[in-house]
Design a binder for this molecule. Structure first.
Ligand SMILES: O=C(CO)COP(=O)(O)O
Length: 255
């Protein structure tokens, strides 16, 4: 089966009204001819509606960086899956390491978000990955398995149909120190094999993105690996030209 690569920009806590329009205008110019790679951007929640208008008529999809577990009610400051759907978002990042760390989100809580996103008909982008200390202790596979199992054991392998998993080793995020293509490929294969133990067909269609210091220089080599199906890009997604190089590298590598 042919998996379709997906390159998504996670803008994190960056931008303003002017920047949203400028960056999307740049992306529309740079990416007008690309074919064979899905593209999505995840601006801050406050700018989703503006971004949705700015991407209209292009094939850039809209993503969000987070979602609450509740759909409505007395939950001050939150944004629901129904609201994200209403505004036109498709890909919803959950379990990003910055939320696991700064907001103490647990595997169980993130699994609830996974279920809520699926129930709304949206696509979870489930971020997993080990810290530097866990990596040095040889616990990479154990950590990734535990983070996947929180969903697999409560919702089954079938819940992974049409889903995106992003392997983001915490030590590679924002450090300029990307995992090597071989290192990332080994973990991506582990992730796919782990899901395949429950359902091989489901595992085969899951898009597994790599994230962590992906840039215009290292992307092409990462995409030569068979289980790396695109990227979740932080810093480099804030520059239209660098992000476009990454998208084009994925489209070329996965032809
Ligand atoms: O966390 C990331 C994407 O979600 C990766 O961020 P950087 O690309 O800035 O390392």
């Amino acid at each position: 089966m042919m998996r379709h690569p997906l390159v998504m920009g996670n803008w994190k806590l960056n931008g303003n009204k002017h920047m949203v329009n400028e960056l999307i205008e740049g992306l529309r110019k740079e990416l007008s001819t690309v074919d064979g790679c899905g593209v999505a951007i995840a601006p801050p929640a406050l700018y989703l509606d503006q971004a949705k208008h700015a991407i209209s008529g292009s094939y850039i999809a809209l993503g969000a960086q987070n979602v609450d577990v509740n759909l409505s009610g007395a939950f001050t400051g939150e944004v629901s899956a129904d609201m994200l759907k209403d505004i036109g978002a498709k890909y919803i990042i959950i379990g990003h390491s910055e939320r696991r760390t700064y907001h103490k989100e647990s595997d169980e809580f993130i699994a609830k978000k996974f279920a809520v996103v699926k129930a709304a008909g949206l696509v979870p982008v489930l971020c997993i990955g080990e810290t530097e200390a866990e990596n040095e202790a040889g616990q990479t596979e154990e950590v990734c398995a535990r983070q996947l199992d929180a969903v697999l054991e409560t919702q089954g392998a079938a819940a992974f149909e049409g889903v995106v998993v992003a392997y983001e080793p915490v030590w590679a995020i924002g450090t300029g120190k990307s995992a090597t293509p071989a290192q990332a490929q080994a973990v991506h294969k582990f992730i796919r094999d782990h899901i395949a133990k429950k359902d091989a067909a489901i595992a085969n269609q899951v898009i597994i993105q790599y994230g962590g210091s992906v840039n215009d220089k290292n992307a092409a080599e990462l995409f030569t690996q068979p289980d790396i199906d695109g990227a979740l890009v932080g810093g480099a997604s804030l520059k239209a030209d660098a992000f476009a190089v990454i998208v084009k590298a994925a489209a070329a590598a996965k032809k």
